[in-house]
Design a protein. Structure first.
Length: 253
């Protein structure tokens, strides 16, 4: 079971999670997520794999109620301060009735799920007909940086069950019966030194990842912007996609 190691990992990371990477609180990325679909002021929204609740909190002034679901109690202890309600549970078997929410949101989480297809079907199940699923994920710019980025990201997060491409996200949504898939792109500069400074990432692994950056192939660097400072720090312009899809209105809860 991947869920027990994930709980241990994020229990350790919870106290400093919001400071562990720029993307976590990036206003531009949060704006891209909240503006992906237009929700009515009365909407009920669920943040799946909510962590400390930052994404859900970005919707608080836009919808009627925001709830969060996560595996890790240490994360939920922080999310409780931001959301209307939180629930401890698995994305693979969510403790909600069918059609309970008008929108479901999630970010940078599906690569950690044991069965992403099952989890996305669960998200679709708890959506009301006509409801929206919104997901944000960092992905390669294209074929030229896919293998390099896969190597870097899997070294940084060994608990990942896979490396997801934009095409994988589209497939997961359509396979779950969702339609009207829409994708927007958001670029942001990430401090790699900050991203690597987490408690359970060994110094040899950090140096391995830095070496990947220093030795980035020319054809990869041509499409994937990287900056090196004179002091040796590294910045990487990550490509995020915010993908949304809609549950057909003909689907009864």
């Amino acid at each position: 079971m991947i869920e027990e190691p994930l709980q241990r990992h994020f229990t350790l990371r919870a106290p400093a999670f919001e400071r562990s990477a720029g993307w976590i609180s990036d206003p531009g990325l949060l704006q891209a997520i909240t503006s992906a679909v237009r929700l009515p002021p009365s909407a009920r929204l669920l943040d799946v794999c909510c962590g400390t609740g930052i994404v859900g909190a970005a919707f608080r002034e836009l919808v009627g109620r925001v709830e969060g679901l996560d595996l890790t109690e240490a994360m939920l202890a922080i999310a409780r301060k931001h959301l209307d309600a939180v629930h401890r549970g698995s994305a693979h078997q969510m403790p909600f009735a069918a059609g309970a929410f008008d929108a479901v949101v999630s970010r940078q989480a599906w690569h950690l799920l044991e069965d992403p297809a099952l989890a996305v079907r669960e998200m679709a199940r708890v959506l009301a007909p006509g409801g929206h699923l919104i997901y944000a994920h960092a992905v390669p710019y294209g074929a030229a940086d896919e293998a390099w980025m896969r190597q870097v990201f899997l070294a940084r997060q060994p608990l990942a069950t896979g490396f997801l491409l934009e095409s994988d996200l589209r497939h997961l949504l359509s396979k779950a019966g969702l339609e009207r898939v829409c994708v927007t792109e958001h670029l942001l500069w990430e401090s790699i030194d900050r991203w690597l400074d987490v408690p359970d990432l060994s110094q040899p692994t950090q140096e391995q990842i830095r070496a990947c950056y220093r030795n980035i192939p020319a054809e990869t660097a041509a499409v994937h912007p990287i900056e090196f400072s004179t002091s040796g720090s590294i910045r990487d312009q990550w490509r995020w996609v915010v993908i949304s899809a809609t549950k057909p209105r003909g689907d009864a809860p």
